[in-house]
Design a protein around this ligand. Structure first.
Ligand code: ZN
Length: 87
């Protein structure tokens, strides 16, 4: 564990996913989630280690869509399913 530096709470607006069919941001609960171990850099130049896809449905027009997000996870939290040695 590294030393934690106390900082003021920072709030960042995460972009809300939006229906491409009708433009609504209202959606139902995610009913399926997949996580793919894939390292890269997103459009803002931030590195990521995983691509997470969450299936949902638009509350307005019932269009099913996948909300995709790029997550940068510390190695300890990564699932050991990508060529990691067996325990
Ligand atoms: Zn919609």
């Amino acid at each position: 564990m590294g030393k934690r530096i106390k900082r003021a709470l920072d709030q960042v607006d995460a972009p809300k996913s939006r229906c491409r069919n009708c433009g609504s941001t209202e959606r139902e609960r995610y009913f399926r989630t997949t996580t793919q171990g894939y390292a890269g850099t997103d459009a803002q130049g931030r590195p990521f280690t995983h691509i997470v896809r969450r299936w949902t449905r638009c509350k307005q027009c019932r269009q099913v869509r996948v909300d995709r997000c790029f997550e940068n996870r510390p190695p300890a939290e990564s699932p050991a399913d990508e060529g990691a040695p067996e325990k």
